[in-house]
Design a protein around this ligand. Sequence first.
Ligand code: PMT
Length: 222
Amino acid sequence: FAGGPLAGLKAVVTSGPTHEPIDPVRYIANRSSGKQGHAIAGALRRLGASVTLVSGPTGLPDPPGVETVRVETAVEMRDACEAALPADIAICAAAVADWRVEAAGQKLKKREGGGAPELSFAENPDILAGLAGHASQRPRLVVGFAAETQNVIEYAETKRQKKGCDWIVANDVSPDTGTFGGDRNSITLIGAGEPESWPPMAKTAVAERLADRIARFFGSTP
Ligand code: PMT
């Protein structure tokens, strides 16, 4: 992959779900497969970037030539991203749990006489906002994803401003789209000029096109 348009640049990419333990045998997760994030890591690598992929639990193989760090929880994902800095590019495609459970040290037992356990939640760190607002090592281009089911563009732009990232990739994750876990995605790229809605395409094609846009950005920004 030597000598591509992103040669000499370092990227950190998050991908997949996080698993937040409830007790030693149970966890809370979501339906992210890692397909979109892993494809982006691979596409950036093929354009010559040196890439660290920070991945939650997925069934996917590590993309060739990409340093892959496997984590479980949001806190571990945040720490692995921090350890991967400095980087020129950060892309947050992971579906990070917003909350973690204050996990029990032992397996929760069914109560005598029935009744469900009560779980306490704590807020997880926002990895994207942390990278975009990093005090000393902010990547030059920080790209987030926005998983929305309605008012996709408006909500995504609000999220971009709130989290402080440069671009945001809005994808419609309504149940009938199959975006979570499926092979295809339909996205709108916001922040790189006028919003651009791309036709539905394979996640690998979204990744290639996004990597090309990133190469164009760095080609025109010395
Ligand atoms: O993995 P796949 O099955 O291929 O599916 C891909 C995908 C739908 C998961 C992906 O394209 C996607 O949309 N990822 C972001 C999912 C998400 O959690 O979106 P959000 O709108 O809740 O979060 C907004 C942004 O903040 C995202 O960049 C997310 O990575 C980031 N975030 C959120 C919470 C948190 N604690 N830390 C974060 O970094």
